[in-house]
Each structure stands twice: as structure tokens, then as C-alpha cells.
Design a protein around this ligand. Structure first.
Ligand code: PA5
Length: 446
């Protein structure tokens, strides 16, 4: 059992019995076997399973060097990527850094290429202005439209400011080892390049250069992050079922899914966890949502969303299961003080830590939701350190692989992501899409 991450299914036992959960053991064990032995569907994309033990130390050394250079010569690092090519880094940086770190000293990481919003990009260019900046463009395929458009803009801005040669020293490209438009451009321009391994898909890539370079450039402790991944991997390799939190989580969500709980809401009580939930939604949604199956992953930030989503959670359609992420020690403390006049009636909290209030909100909400018909699973993590985050990332990745195999889907492909791209290319007038364009235009114009 891990001391840093504890999985608790006790609040779901009114909705499934312990026997039902234990009856999942053979399916979970078979799923784990497929993952570990690389014998299941999509087995050419399970490089992430052993990655924590197989980090390319030469590349990792270059990542650390580049991060140090970026921190010494750039006020901003613009990370250009979408989906799996940015969510892990953003999740880690928002979790590990000061809540307002972009307003404080040091290199700030800003994200681009994860939408095609003109306003967002124009505003971002305004913010950078004449400041020194670097760019980390991340795209495994090298052809994804959103980051490719953003990269054109920032490449141009950088070449105007530093010249072509100077820009080449500030652009870091993370892409396929050999193929793709970005790799070709990087080689031509002489950019420092990092590899998205062939056998690791975007949503499982946070421990590759995809995540490590931006996370290191933000000043976070990547050694500790890797250590956390390693510890959780060892646990997942060593412990079977009852002592393996990832397998228990995978099993519990499948038992509940089979009982009609088709939406899983990941709830947090720390704003710093918001982007972990965004990363988690891609991980589970893209891995399991196929063949007409899969739990729909959603997320809420609490207590904030209790004031907007609370009614539905408590009383709406009973298709929900909730998974709470509890962060133990945030390393910060605020003690409630006694006021001379108790107009707001809060003096009864005098001497209590704010976190006591937050935990009371969490425990009260869990019990209310359970009473209202929502099974609650809980993932408690010890603190908000990089090591603990590494454990959490690997826990969710391993559980996702096991859960997908229990569900009998290929957790490592994403055929559905292509449909919108084809339509978008056709409507943009990309050569080769003329026929599709004609039929889409006919549909649009009625
Ligand atoms: O998980 C995935 O495969 C996707 O989210 C991709 O990461 C995303 O579409 C970006 O692709 P690429 O890195 O090829 O630009």
C-alpha cells in the first residue's frame, strides 16, 4: 500500500457490495496482465507502463539544461500544444506552483495552440510584448492545426525580435523522432528537439519531454516527479488487487458503471487541482469512450461549484458517480481569528485552520451526496509535492489502462478524434477535401 496515496471506496458501499467489487478481481487481474505483458489491444502504445524505469537520461539531461537556459533568458515560455501535448504539463505546473505564479517573479509558462481563438492569441501576443521569451512547440504528429497556426505566429514574432538564428536558439521542438512536418522544420532550422516516443500516446505522455520540459522550466522538481512515478509503478507491478489502489479504482468504476452510473464527476476542493481534472478527463474520455461504451468523465471545482452545480449533484438524474481528490497538506496555513464584534457569527471558528473548514465542507458534501444517491470514491493524496503528483499521475494512467481493458475497449487509440478534423479541413478548403467540402456545404446551406 502507498502511504502517499490512499483509495477509499467505503462511501460507495451503499451502491455496490464488497463482494461485487471483489468479484471484479479476475477481470482486473486479466486486464493488468494485458497491460504489463503488453498483450492487449493497442499494445503498441503502452510504452508509458515501464517509462518511469526507463527514462532516457541523455535527453533528460538536455531537458534540465534547456530549462535552466529558459529560466535564465526568458520572462515567458510559450508552450504550444493541444490535448495530450499540453494538459499534463499544465496540470503539473498549476498543481505545484504558487496559485498566482504568473503574477510573480521568475519565468512564467503561458499556453497557446489549444484553441483557435483570435482573441486569446492576440491577447497573449500583447502580454509578451517586447519581453524576452522562448517557445516549446509540442506536437507528436506535427500537423495538428491549432498548434501549427499558433506556432507560425510565435515563430514570426520571435524571428522579428531575435533574427532567424537567434530564434532558433529559443525554440524547442518536442515531436516524433523521425517523421512529421515539425521534425522536418526543426531539423532545417536547427531547433533543439525532444522526442515523443512512438509507443506513447499524447494523453499518457506527461512523463516524456512533452511534460518534463515545461514542468522543469516552471522551476518544479522533476526528479521528485519521476520518483513518484517510479514508486507508484513499482506498487502497481508488485501488488495485486486488494492492495493495489489503481486496480481497485478501475474495478469500482466498472461495477458502478454496470449499475447505471454512466457519468463520473471528479471533484476537488483545491483550485490547484483544476487542471489535473482537465488532464484526467482527456485520459479517461479518450481511452474509454468508444464502441458506444464508457463512463462520461466530468469535473467540478468545490466548494465553488456547489453554488452552481450543487442542486444537480444532490438531486438530479441519478447517473452520477463522484470521485473526490483530497489533498492532505498544502503546506499553507491560515488561522481564523476572533473578531471583537461577531456580526458575521463566525467567532465559533476562531483558532481553527481554514483547512479545517475546507475538510468539513468536503466531508459534509460527501455524506450529503451519498444520502442523495451518488456513490463517492475518494483518492487522498498526502500533499501537493512533485513526488506525490508523480504517484497520482501514474495511479490514474494505470487505472485507466486496467479499466479500459475491463470494459473491453482499446484504451490506446482515438479514432473518433479524426471526424471533426476532416470536416474542418474540408470547410477550410484544404486541398484533397473537395468532395467532402461540397457535401458539407450542401448540408450547411440546406
Ligand atoms: O492524446 C492524443 O493523442 C491527443 O490529444 C493529441 O495529443 C492531440 O490531438 C495533439 O496531437 P499532436 O501532438 O499530434 O499535435
Amino acid at each position: 500500500m502507498s502511504k502517499d496515496l490512499v483509495f477509499d471506496y467505503s462511501h460507495a458501499l451503499g451502491f455496490m457490495t464488497k463482494e461485487e467489487l471483489m468479484a471484479m478481481e479476475p477481470a482486473a487481474a486479466a486486464a493488468r496482465e494485458k497491460l504489463v505483458k503488453k498483450s492487449g489491444a493497442g499494445n503498441d502504445f503502452v510504452g508509458w507502463v515501464d517509462l518511469p524505469a526507463e527514462i532516457d537520461m541523455e535527453e533528460y539531461g538536455r531537458i534540465k539544461k534547456a530549462a535552466a537556459k529558459i529560466r535564465s533568458d526568458s520572462e515567458y515560455l510559450v508552450v504550444i500544444g493541444i490535448g495530450g501535448s499540453y494538459l499534463g504539463a499544465r496540470a503539473a505546473i498549476e498543481f505545484l506552483c504558487h496559485s498566482f505564479y504568473t503574477l510573480m517573479g521568475g519565468t512564467k509558462i503561458l499556453f497557446a495552440g489549444n484553441s483557435v481563438s483570435t482573441k486569446y492569441l492576440a491577447d497573449l501576443l500583447d502580454v509578451i510584448g517586447d519581453s524576452d521569451f522562448s517557445v516549446n512547440v509540442i506536437s507528436k504528429s506535427g500537423t495538428t492545426t491549432e498548434p501549427a497556426i499558433a506556432f507560425r505566429l510565435f515563430k514570426e514574432k520571435m524571428e522579428q525580435k531575435y533574427g532567424r538564428e537567434g530564434a532558433a536558439k529559443r525554440i524547442y521542438a518536442t515531436t516524433d523522432k523521425k517523421r512529421g512536418a515539425l521534425k522536418a522544420l526543426a531539423d532545417e532550422e536547427g531547433y533543439e528537439t525532444y522526442v515523443v516516443p512512438d509507443d506513447i500516446g499524447g494523453r499518457y505522455s506527461v512523463l516524456t519531454a512533452v511534460g518534463l520540459l515545461p514542468i522543469a522550466a516552471a522551476g518544479c522538481d522533476t526528479d521528485a516527479l519521476i520518483e513518484g512515478f517510479r514508486e507508484m509503478r513499482e506498487l502497481c507491478m508488485r501488488e495485486s488487487f486488494v492492495n493495489n489502489p489503481a486496480m481497485l479504482y478501475a474495478a469500482a468504476r466498472n461495477v458502478l458503471y454496470n449499475k447505471g452510473k454512466s457519468v463520473e464527476v471528479l471533484a476537488n476542493y483545491e483550485p490547484s487541482v483544476h487542471y489535473i481534472a482537465e488532464w484526467w478527463k482527456q485520459l479517461y474520455g479518450e481511452s474509454e469512450g468508444k464502441d458506444g461504451k464508457g463512463i462520461f468523465p466530468a469535473s467540478i471545482d468545490l466548494t465553488t461549484d456547489l453554488h452552481s452545480m450543487g442542486q444537480y449533484l444532490q438531486d438530479g438524474q441519478r447517473i452520477l458517480l463522484e470521485t473526490v481528490i483530497e489533498v492532505g497538506d498544502t503546506g499553507r496555513e491560515i488561522i481564523c481569528k476572533e473578531a471583537s464584534v461577531d456580526t458575521d457569527g463566525l467567532n465559533y471558528l476562531a483558532g481553527k485552520n481554514m483547512d479545517f473548514v475546507n475538510k468539513a465542507a468536503m466531508n459534509g458534501t460527501i455524506l450529503a451526496h451519498v444520502a442523495g444517491g451518488v456513490p463517492v470514491l475518494k483518492v487522498s493524496i498526502k500533499d501537493n509535492s512533485a513526488k506525490t503528483l508523480g504517484e497520482l499521475f501514474y495511479f490514474f494512467e494505470f487505472a485507466c489502462g486496467v479499466s479500459g481493458y475491463i470494459l473491453d475497449v482499446n484504451p490506446f487509440n482515438q479514432p473518433g478524434v479524426e471526424s471533426y478534423k476532416k470536416n474542418m479541413f474540408a470547410l477550410l478548403g484544404k486541398p484533397g477535401y473537395e468532395e467532402l467540402r461540397a457535401s458539407l456545404m450542401a448540408a450547411i446551406n440546406g
